[in-house]
Design a protein around this ligand. Sequence first.
Ligand SMILES: [Zn+2]
Ligand SMILES: [Zn+2]
Length: 371
Amino acid sequence: MPSIEMTSPCMECKNEESILTIRRRALCSNCFQRFVAYKVIRRIEHYKPTINNNPIPQILLPLSLGVSSSVLLHIIDSVTQVRRRKPNTNKAYDLHVLVVDPTSLSPSDRTYETNFLAAKTNFPSATTFTKIPFHSIFEYAPDMKQIMLEYAGPGFVDDASRSNEERLTAFRSTITSATSRKDLDSVLLTRLVVAYAKHIACEAILWGDSDSRLAAKTLAGAAKGRGASLTWQVSDGMSPWGVRFEFPLRDLSKPELLQYAGISELLEGVIIPEEPISDNILTKNLSIDDLMMRYVVTQGEKYRGVMANVSRTANKLEPAKGVDDQFCSLCGALTGNVKGNDAGLTVASQFGNSQGSFCYGCIRSRPEVIP
Ligand SMILES: [Zn+2]
Ligand SMILES: [Zn+2]
């Protein structure tokens, strides 16, 4: 029994003063962290330590040093540490953490080195902690050079004498619209993370998408004509590259993860603060992805049930089978899904010697080709 009268006792343990309210329940710090951790752990229950755990599964956690993936790492790390303290427990998995250098994605004055080191120090259960630049996509996925050329078309001249970094920058700078740029970057980033996962023989990738992000991705994906590849971008299961995709934060919203980050000392110094999107920025300069994320986060509180439903429904989608089961060379979606005008195949074949074929979503983001 508490010895002193509490003004607002935790509704769970009733032993501590509550510090925040989540889903209409006032909770203390411990009970809140337990609640969030439970939501994550039940999503990765199949990675339990078992007697016959040989070989030990290798799993990859891509860490952007943003709020969501950092919270995910915090939770997985604490679970792993607790399990390891138990006697006679086999390892459930080897955890590998991958950071794609944020400055190689968008140049900025901000250094992230201290954040990377803080994450490495604060979460010691990871077997490996690696950072790679964005342009190492050409190293881990060597076929990307050719795919990039076919995708960009004859308007783009690649200079093989330049460094990988310069070649990737030249390719990315051919795409001028904010939406297409963001869209293509996220496709390339996925390809890089998958290629790295395969390089170190990982069977699964744990993505740090909150339910807000999954809802935004679902809505933006539909708007960008990427419905065909939505399934594995938002639902747990096998990706087209033979690596499982898992989204363990799918039961938690971005504001809830922010609450979690706000009370976790170990995350101080790890998370790179987000640049707030200024209200003055013209909507036409925002990518569809940013616009949807802004919409989901601002409206999500009002319509929590609806947003959760969007990502939940997406998780139940079955990948549609294409007529010819041909996959997009760039993003891995089924090109055969584009029924009616078979846009995926037609546009790609405009360039006579083109080997690859691209889905409708990728074609919409391709550089403006000067005839
Ligand atoms: Zn409590
Ligand atoms: Zn595609």
